[in-house]
Design a protein around this ligand. Sequence first.
Ligand code: ZN
Length: 138
Amino acid sequence: MNIDSIKNGYVIDHIKEGKGMQIYEDLKLGELNCPVAIIKNAKSNKMQKKDIIKVDGNIQLNIDVLGYIDSDITINVVKDSKIIKKYHPELPEKITNIIKCKNPRCITSIEQELDQVFVLTDKEKRVYRCKYCESKAK
Ligand SMILES: [Zn+2]
């Protein structure tokens, strides 16, 4: 499988070896109806080994979250079989339902149906805090 086989979608490249599954889960790719491929342990010039995820579908992915998971990832946006955009994700201002607040007294620990929302409070130090109780994400 190569990039040419994707018509419209995303190629998420330079994923750290072994992190492909986590990203698959975090982006909820299992819920998509379109073809999704995870390539594990691909050879890389830049890294020893890497994972690659390909999503073949004309859809909007919540790609911002990748900036939190690993900002070294390369995102290729494919349209009509051409890469129209290639970039590294930036740290998102807000992340929803990716990390859980560890504070047992936080409202999200009591009200389980609440979204887990963390807000970027210090870009330089990559600090995220719970929107509700301001606990720091680890
Ligand atoms: Zn909290």
